[in-house]
Design a binder for this molecule. Sequence first.
Ligand code: SAM
Ligand code: SF4
Length: 443
Amino acid sequence: MNEHDSEQILRLLEKSHYLETKDAQQADLVLVNTCSVREKPEQKVYSALGRFRKLKEERGTIIGVAGCVAQQEGQRLLTRIPYLDMVIGTHAIPIISQMLERVEVTGEKVCETGFDTEGEYLDTFLPQGQVSVVKSFVTIMQGCNHFCSYCIVPYVRGRERSRPSQEIVDEVSHLTQKGVREICLLGQNVNSYGKGLEEEIKFPELLSRLDEIEGVGRIRFTTSHPKDLSEELIQAHGRLKKLCEHIHLPFQSGSNRILKAMNRGYTRESYIEKIDRLREVCPSIAITSDVIVGFPGEEEKDFEETLDLIEKVRFDDLFSFKYSPRKETKAARLGEQVEEKVKQERLTLLQRIQKEITLQKNQVLEGRIEEVLVEGYSKQSERDVTGRTRNNRVVNFEGDLSLVGRLVQTKITKAYAHSLRGEIVPSDCGMPNADCGMKTLNL
Ligand code: SAM
Ligand code: SF4
């Protein structure tokens, strides 16, 4: 979500005649886009801002903070950091150019942290401008009504609000005409899509409409809440050709007692049932998830249940976090906070187990042919390009930039814990199962 916000900000500022630079020394404006979901990223904001103080003193650079920390702290940030010029809350991105103009013209400090509950900033969902990328995010809804007891999101992103389906269809069509091949639909809980809209539409129907758009190569979405994962959405994974065989379905804990305290609204049994059903409908589906260790009151046996669920489900990958108390949330006020040392031990053990599972699951792919959407040069070497499989695994292989934007058949030659190594299947390779050759979309 933050990555997408940064892209939107860049695009809006280009219209205000600002150009991107990676070198802060060159910049007339430095914006720090922030996350406050855990304490660590929040602390990073203050150290980043410390580094920009000199720029203000020496060059008069305009300094701003956007995102969840801006929303959470508001005016307090202006007091705490005297050289800060702009605080741009999560709903204020559409008016960022006007805010910047005020700073430029009057030199005053500006802070906007109102929530757009009345449709005041009708442009909150901004269509993309000129794009030259292979994949793109598209926001389909904002905010969250769930109030999981540990989570700051509903406080900093506001209540759920869905975007009319025609706007989404138009944006996706526009992006594909510009050459975008993969669309990732964004929302804190995409399964709630459609609530509150004038039209009668649910998330699986939206997916069906997008699947029909010519030129769309792949569709993904994030994130889906297990409580609201419907049978219709499960079936969409068996039915829709462009919907990738991957779902990110955060489980958070394997203990029913902790899930209840987290206010998640499902049990480990119902979670496992949904996974079984997904695998029945779409056997090749990759399943990734989020988990928190050390939630207040988590005992050894709760943690063991989490490990047990991990062993049973065998996720393709897992994002694991130590519980981080967030003020305003219910869990931060609970007694029985788990000691830091215990949290760290649990996290290390859990990550070790998952790493082994991920590696084993990747190794199964050795020798197989996988379709890869090529995104650009790999970070390691300019002789290699990188892309992702439909299962969302990273594959690196020898190639050049002429492959970018293409769906390429690759043979997996080596599996690692975080990526795969491959080689392009030549079009005349003659392998019976490969449907091989480079499959290229109409670019
Ligand atoms: N909406 C998504 C969902 O319900 O699954 C998750 C959004 S949240 C920004 C991403 C992940 O951060 C969560 O799935 C959770 O694992 C983690 N997270 C959120 N609050 C946290 C906290 N206070 N401490 C540690 N991890 C947290
Ligand atoms: Fe946070 Fe996701 Fe729960 Fe909403 S559903 S409160 S975003 S964890």
